[in-house]
Write a protein that binds this ligand. Structure first.
Ligand SMILES: [Zn+2]
Ligand SMILES: [Zn+2]
Length: 370
């Protein structure tokens, strides 16, 4: 008898406020899965390792920006997997047994689509995100379009494969949207995995990096950031970044960070509206702000200040195939030290993995799926 296949399923859409006494995983449960028959262009794969994204947490908490996700849905878009079966149609060089990570975002691939015609599926208005628009990587098996497949590069472990997608998002933001010069002072606001990946890539580009977090981040996330050699500070509404920079921050060698409380580049990864609003005051004239986070409400910005300081503020959405290739290389070569940021869980402990992630008690939860 074949073993039952299980998946971690988003079911409810109740709004859950952490610390309200309601279990943070009450909208989700582990279910037995049926595998549908393969359609044209689809493959069946066994998942190997799947990472928990902040967006998975937001959907689990019933946040309104994920209302559009149909339930029940097996979530998960950051994973590595092995091909079990090729469905009807052409799958190129792909073979049973190949290990890969999927492109989270699949574009419409219409020649008339401005985004897809230049291979930027991440900007396609009708893109389909695996784990939100269709079942994803938190199933022990997954059916997906072979067009999404990015083969794992030689030397990359399946465990690292689960980190390719989030790292590719940071590659797109830092390599395509920012120009970091050696010796620059860079602030990363927010110390979730996207923040710390940003900090690592900025450091690799020769910058000196400061990472911010809140009091809750002190023991785990800011600690790991500090172990990696970043300057770390705790911010609060009473003691914001701008105030601390003005008062003076120095690195371990006593060298002041920033000039007159201002830095060259700020990378916004916190998703807190006030932090983005404050950002334009801590970047020097003609400096850069790169926004990777999204926000639960509109953010009020002093646009006149933006004009008068000639700041460059730009957003960066998702990633595409090229960025996945760069992300893999950064892990294979050790430029991004993935081990330092990975917290591994067995599938039996998947609910705990979500609880820990939602409560920010880990860095990047990666679940061994089989
Ligand atoms: Zn994600
Ligand atoms: Zn398109």
């Amino acid at each position: 008898m074949s073993k039952t296949i299980k998946g971690f399923c988003l079911q409810g859409r109740e709004k859950i406020y952490p610390n309200s006494g309601v279990s943070v995983t009450s909208n989700t449960s582990v279910v037995e899965m049926e595998i549908p028959s393969l359609k044209e262009g689809e493959i069946l794969a066994k998942t190997l390792y799947t990472g928990i994204c902040g967006s998975d947490n937001s959907a689990s908490l019933g946040k309104s920006n994920f209302d559009w996700v149909e339930r029940p849905r097996i979530i998960g878009h950051e994973f590595s997997a092995e091909v079990l079966e090729l469905g009807p149609g052409d799958h190129g060089d792909l073979e049973v047994g190949d290990k890969f990570t999927p492109l989270a975002m699949l574009g419409c691939q219409d020649d008339e689509c401005p985004a897809c015609s230049v291979s930027k599926w991440n900007l396609c208005p009708s893109k389909q995100i695996i784990g939100f628009h269709r079942n994803g990587g938190f199933g022990q098996q997954v059916v997906l379009e072979s067009d999404r497949v990015v083969p794992l590069m030689e030397g990359l472990t399946p465990k690292q494969g689960a980190l390719v997608e989030p790292l590719s998002v940071v590659v797109n933001a830092l390599h395509n949207k920012c120009t970091i010069k050696p010796g620059q002072d860079v602030v990363v606001t927010g110390c979730g995995i996207i923040g710390l990946m940003s900090a690592e890539l900025a450091k690799a580009a020769g910058a000196r990096v400061l990472v911010t977090g809140i009091a809750h981040d002190r023991d785990i996330r800011l600690k790991r950031a500090s172990q990696s050699g970043f300057i770390t500070i705790e911010v609060s509404p009473e003691n914001p970044l701008s105030k601390q920079l003005k008062e003076g921050i120095a690195d371990d060698n006593g060298i002041p960070f920033g000039v007159n409380g201002q830095v060259d580049l700020l990378i916004e990864c916190s998703g807190v509206p006030q932090v983005l609003a404050e950002a334009i005051t801590v970047v020097r004239p003609e400096g850069d702000i790169c926004v990777i986070a999204t926000y639960g409400k509109e953010v009020e910005i002093n646009a006149t200040h933006l004009t008068r300081t000639s700041l460059n503020m730009r957003g960066s959405m998702g990633s595409c195939r090229e960025d996945y290739m760069v992300a893999q290389k950064l892990m294979v070569t050790g430029t991004f030290p993935s081990e330092h940021y990975t917290d591994l869980y067995d599938f039996e402990d998947i609910t705990k993995a979500f609880e820990d992630s939602i409560k920010a008690n880990n860095m990047k939860a990666v679940v061994k799926m089989n």
